[in-house]
Ligand binder design. Structure first.
Ligand SMILES: C[S@@+](CC[C@H](N)C(=O)[O-])C[C@H]1O[C@@H](n2cnc3c(N)ncnc32)[C@H](O)[C@@H]1O
Length: 251
């Protein structure tokens, strides 16, 4: 699955959900519905990391859950607030904050949340950041609380895995090129020449060395356990490229 295209869709927060439904053939919304229906009591406290345009946060809030949605993108948070204003019934239950996943421990008291949820956000962090955030999640979860991770993974089957790797590179390059050229339309000719002669070749080189895109998560279960959480079950979707993994903080 070309999850790498997500980066392009994040540039248009108000249409993000529509694109994601197309990209995941509607699966993402079904997963959100499953999470919202999975015994989260009314009055429970949930932290959603990388809440994007706030779709899941809105669904949870409408069933009485107290949600805190955090994201680093001001545009995504703006779209989340607007979509909540347009939906009756959930507004008072949700708080959106501009905050990085890496600041959770500094921003919330220990043992605050019944659930911490991260959908398609961990694949945007480096491996060290993921480990650090998992540990912070454990700290802010109540004993018996659960971390739910939904993210891109490599298929287990060898043929699919190689196909997945093979398809990722051109898609990542296209995503990069479109994102780079995005602001050029409004630049004058001098800036365009500078861009193509100096900036673009340098960025292309950087792209080849450190690709600035999402990456599939690896060793998810081991990492959750290393953070002091017990994994309680996982499911795979979309030809094994999307995983839902749950882990619990012990009592
Ligand atoms: C692919 S979107 C997923 C949005 C949402 N979870 C959903 O399922 O619709 C990833 C989101 O994570 C946010 N993000 C990326 N890095 C982050 C970080 N370090 N801390 C918090 N949010 C982050 C991005 O701004 C983006 O809104």
């Amino acid at each position: 699955m070309p999850y790498v295209l997500m980066k392009l869709f994040e540039e248009a927060p108000r249409r993000f959900d529509v694109w994601m439904q197309l990209l995941t053939f509607g699966r993402l919304q079904k997963i959100r519905e499953e999470i919202a229906a999975s015994a989260i009591d009314s009055g429970a406290r949930v932290l959603e990391i990388g809440c994007g345009p706030g779709t899941l946060a809105g669904m949870l809030a409408r069933q009485g859950v107290q949600v805190t949605g955090i994201d680093t993108s001001a545009e995504m948070l703006q779209a989340a607030r607007e979509s909540l204003d347009g939906n009756q019934g959930g507004g008072r239950q949700v708080e959106f904050k501009r905050l990085s996943a890496l600041e959770i421990e500094d921003s919330f008291a220990k043992e605050t949340f019944d659930r911490v949820i991260g959908i398609l956000v961990f694949s945007e962090l480096s491996d060290d950041e993921i480990d650090c955030v998992f540990q912070q999640c454990r700290e802010v979860l109540k004993p018996g609380g659960r971390l739910i991770v939904v993210d891109e993974v490599e298929p287990r089957q060898a043929v699919r895995r190689w196909l997945f790797r093979f398809l990722r590179f051109p898609l990542r390059l296209v995503t990069f090129l479109v994102l780079q050229a995005k602001d050029l339309k409004t630049s004058n000719w001098f800036k365009k020449v500078l861009y193509y002669v100096i900036e673009f070749p340098l960025m292309l080189l950087t792209f080849l060395v450190v690709p600035p895109a999402s990456h599939p998560l690896s060793d998810l279960e081991q990492r959750l356990r290393a953070a002091g959480l017990s994994t309680t079950g996982s499911k795979r979707f979309l030809a094994g490229t999307l995983e839902l993994q749950q882990a619990e903080r012990g009592l």
